[in-house]
Design a protein around this ligand. Structure first.
Ligand code: 13P
Length: 248
């Protein structure tokens, strides 16, 4: 099964109107890499100006509330981010699972809300360091996939991002072999959950992806792209990752 590579940036709680200038160079690189899907998840406040500034680039949100609307002070619905110009959203990022105590059930509900609003979804999973050290990484991650997969999950609108928590923002990455093994386990779990459709679902790797390690990671079995944090904040760092995907 040939799956198009997807290289997505996650700006987390970084960026400003001035920083949107970085998207210009990213959009140029995306246009020059027609075989690769390129996307950037920006803070809520930057979705509309980003989508207006670079209409050809896929802009997304980093989270949505599971409800369509109502008394949820400070929260933002999937329809709201879609109206602002988002075409996708992350759900279940470890910084939300850990910092905001989001459960697999929350993540599933958010993914389903995103689908109802017409967004595509990158659903994040990943183990903590203590879980890896205890030999439980695969069980934890496949458990997260099984329990947070939305009803009706299909490759046309859902990708998975494997982001080991200990590799995020640390400069540490698993070996390419470890990544390939985990992605294989995720695909087997997807097959158990959704059958043959699992073959078409893209599984991204995230956690300290840089221009230097991107090509090696992207060549690994069952690695269909990258979810990039720190190195997505500037065109200078992100564009080489897009180019590495395009060169495969
Ligand atoms: P870093 O690339 O900064 O390690 O972040 C990864 C991540 O969490 C992307 O969602």
């Amino acid at each position: 099964m040939m799956r198009r590579k997807l290289v997505a940036g996650n700006w987390k709680m970084n960026g400003s109107c001035a920083a949107l200038a970085e998207l210009d160079g990213i959009a140029v690189a995306a246009a020059a890499a027609p075989g690769v899907d390129v996307a950037v998840a920006v803070p809520f406040t930057l979705i509309a100006p980003a989508a207006e500034r670079v209409p050809a680039l896929v802009i997304g949100a980093q989270d949505v509330h599971p409800a369509a609307g109502g008394a949820h002070t400070g929260c933002v619905s999937a329809a709201m981010v879609a109206e602002a110009g988002a075409r996708f959203t992350l759900v279940g990022h470890s910084e939300r699972r850990c910092d905001q105590a989001e459960s697999d059930g929350d993540v599933k509900a958010k993914a389903e809300a995103a689908y109802r609003a017409g967004l595509t979804v990158i659903l994040c999973v990943g183990e903590q360091l203590a879980e890896r050290d205890a030999g439980r990484a695969e069980a934890v991650v496949t458990g997260q996939v099984a329990a947070s997969l939305p009803d009706g999950a299909a490759a046309a609108w859902l990708s998975i991002a494997y982001e080991p928590v200990w590799a995020i923002g640390t400069g540490r990455t698993p070996t390419v072999a470890d990544v390939a093994q985990m992605h294989g386990a995720i695909r087997r779990q997807l097959a158990a959950s959704i059958g043959e459709e699992a073959d078409a679902v893209r599984i991204l790797y995230g956690g300290s992806v840089t221009a230097d390690n991107a090509a090696g990671l992207l060549r690994a079995g069952d690695v269909d792209g990258a979810l990039v944090g720190g190195a997505s904040l500037t065109a200078a760092k992100f564009v080489p990752i897009v180019e590495a995907a395009a060169a495969l």
